[in-house]
Design a protein around this ligand. Sequence first.
Ligand SMILES: Cc1cc2nc3c(=O)[nH]c(=O)nc-3n(C[C@H](O)[C@H](O)[C@H](O)COP(=O)(O)O)c2cc1C
Length: 186
Amino acid sequence: MKLKNIENPTRLIYHNPVSLVTSNHKEIKNVFTVSWLCSVSNHPPMVMISVDKKRFSFNLIKQSGKFVINIPNIKMIKDVIYCGNVSRKNKDKFEERNLMYSVSDKGGIILNDTIAYVECEVKNEFDVGDHILFIGEIITSGAEEEAYSNGSWNLKNENAKTLHFLGENGRYITIDEINFKKNNNF
Ligand SMILES: Cc1cc2nc3c(=O)[nH]c(=O)nc-3n(C[C@H](O)[C@H](O)[C@H](O)COP(=O)(O)O)c2cc1C
């Protein structure tokens, strides 16, 4: 990642892209697809993810108190679908998809092919039904410069195109930008 420890890191998920959330505890690591995510505070920088209690990742996040939101671009759609339909209970998804990663100074797993990430420490959690909301404070962050620069996404760039889930398995959209600032006449 060219950009590290970004100013206003909550902006990396302002547009609620589909993400690949990694977690690890002792020798076990995992990755799963999450689309229920949101920024919730700038100072301190806080985000939330909603995790079904049945997920293998749920226990890893509970035990480690940490998670990383990795943002894939549209080129990673097969990884997104695989990691969102297969559980670590049955397969090691890193091996199956040949997912390469590095480990941050704080111990979080950063996937090599994603274009941005925020690494979080769990500060609070809320039982909201079948899911738990994990509220995490961002402790490190990063982005590819061509995808995100000067505090904003460069969504015109093909490599910056993120995935957004339509709710039905296999159906996604990607988004474009309307730059109202440039044509600001009513
Ligand atoms: C596009 C997409 C979005 C998903 N979003 C979430 C989510 O926000 N929260 C969640 O708990 N599961 C979500 N899932 C389901 C999990 O990713 C899936 O059950 C996964 O296999 C769990 O992996 P694990 O058991 O290894 O943790 C999503 C799946 C897809 C395909």
